[in-house]
Design a protein around this ligand. Structure first.
Ligand code: NDP
Length: 256
C-alpha cells in the first residue's frame, strides 16, 4: 500500500462502532493498519463486535471501551482510557448517532434533546477530549459523520436535521480553532446507507422506490462505499484537507 494511506501504528477510536457504519469504518481503518478501539453503550453487543473483529487481525489490534458519548464525564473517561491502555489517539471518528421519527408538532423536548446530544453534542465532547491530547502532539485527525440531512430536509426528523447541520458547522469551528495546531477535522456525509438504522426504510416499498429515483446512482449506499473516504481522511494523504464535509451519496445532493 502507498505510505500515503498507510495507518500502521496509528490508534483510532470510532464511536458507535458496535454495528453499522461505525463498525465498517473501524474495520476499514484496521485493514489500513490502524489499531482500532470500538465503542458503544450496549456492553454485550460491543464485546461481541470486538471479538468478531479481533479474530481477523493480529493480537492487540482491536480494543473496545463502552461509554456514553452524550456524557461529559464518560467522554473524558473513554478518551483517557484509550490514551492509557492503547496508545496516543491519532484518529477519532465521531460516528455514534440515533434518529427519532416524529412530526415536529408531536415532538417532545426530551426526544429533541436526546437526538441533539447523541448526534451533535457528542462530537463536541469526545472531540474536545481527543483534542486535549492531540494538540500538544501537533497532529491528529477527526472525522465527523454527518449526513445528506446536513444539507437537505425531510419531514419527521427535525432534531436529526438540526444536529447534522450543526455537525457540519462544528467541523468548521473545530478547524478554526485547531487546524493551526496540526489537526485536520473533516466530515463525511453519507447518503442513504443500508444498515440497521435504515432497515425499516429499505423494507418500505414506497420509500425505497423514492430513494432509488432520488439517487442518480440508482441504489442504496453500502458501508463499503464509505471505507475509502474514511481511510483517506484518516491518512496523511489528506493532510491539507481542512474543515470540509464530503458527500458520499451517489449524487443525491447535486440533483433536484
Ligand atoms: P446504527 O443504528 O446501525 O448504529 C449506531 C451506533 O451508535 C451503535 O454502535 C450504537 O451503540 C451507537 N450509539 C448510539 N447511541 C450511543 C451513545 N449514546 N453512546 C455511544 N454509542 C452510541 O447506525 P448507523 O450505522 O446507520 O449510523 C451511524 C452514523 O451514520 C450515525 O451518526 C448516522 O446518523 C450516520 N448516518 C447514517 C446513514 C444511514 O443511512 N444509515 C446515513 C447518513 C448518516 P449500541 O450498539 O450500544 O446501541
Amino acid at each position: 500500500m502507498s505510505s500515503l494511506f498507510d495507518l500502521t501504528d496509528r490508534v483510532a477510536l470510532v464511536t458507535g462502532s458496535s454495528r453499522g457504519i461505525g463498525n465498517a469504518l473501524a474495520r476499514a481503518l484496521a485493514d489500513a493498519g490502524a489499531t482500532v478501539v470500538l465503542n458503544g453503550v450496549n456492553e454485550e453487543r460491543l464485546k461481541d463486535a470486538a471479538a468478531a473483529m479481533a479474530a481477523d487481525f493480529p493480537p492487540g489490534r482491536v480494543h473496545s471501551v463502552a461509554f456514553d458519548v452524550t456524557s461529559d464525564a464518560e467522554a473524558a473517561r473513554g478518551v483517557a482510557w484509550v490514551e492509557e491502555q492503547v496508545g496516543p489517539l491519532e484518529i477519532l471518528v465521531n460516528n455514534a448517532g440515533i434518529q427519532h421519527r416524529v412530526p415536529m408538532l408531536d415532538l417532545d423536548v426530551k426526544d429533541w434533546e436526546r437526538v441533539i446530544s447523541t448526534d451533535l453534542t457528542s462530537a463536541f465532547l469526545v472531540g474536545r477530549e481527543a483534542a486535549r491530547f492531540m494538540i500538544p502532539r501537533g497532529h491528529g485527525k477527526i472525522i465527523n459523520i454527518c449526513s445528506v440531512q446536513t444539507d437537505l430536509a425531510r419531514p419527521t426528523i427535525a432534531p436529526y436535521i438540526a444536529a447534522k447541520g450543526g455537525l457540519r458547522n462544528l467541523t468548521r469551528a473545530m478547524t478554526a480553532e485547531w487546524a493551526a495546531s496540526g489537526l485536520q477535522i473533516n466530515g463525511i456525509a453519507p447518503g442513504y446507507i443500508h444498515t440497521e438504522m435504515t432497515q425499516n426504510l429499505v423494507d418500505d416499498e414506497q420509500f425505497n422506490s423514492w430513494i432509488l429515483g432520488r439517487t442518480p446512482a440508482n441504489r442504496w449506499g453500502t458501508v463499503r462505499d464509505l471505507a475509502g473516504p474514511a481511510v483517506w481522511l484518516a491518512s496523511s494523504g489528506s493532510d491539507f484537507v481542512n474543515g470540509q464535509t464530503i458527500f458520499i451519496d451517489g449524487g443525491m445532493t447535486v440533483v433536484v
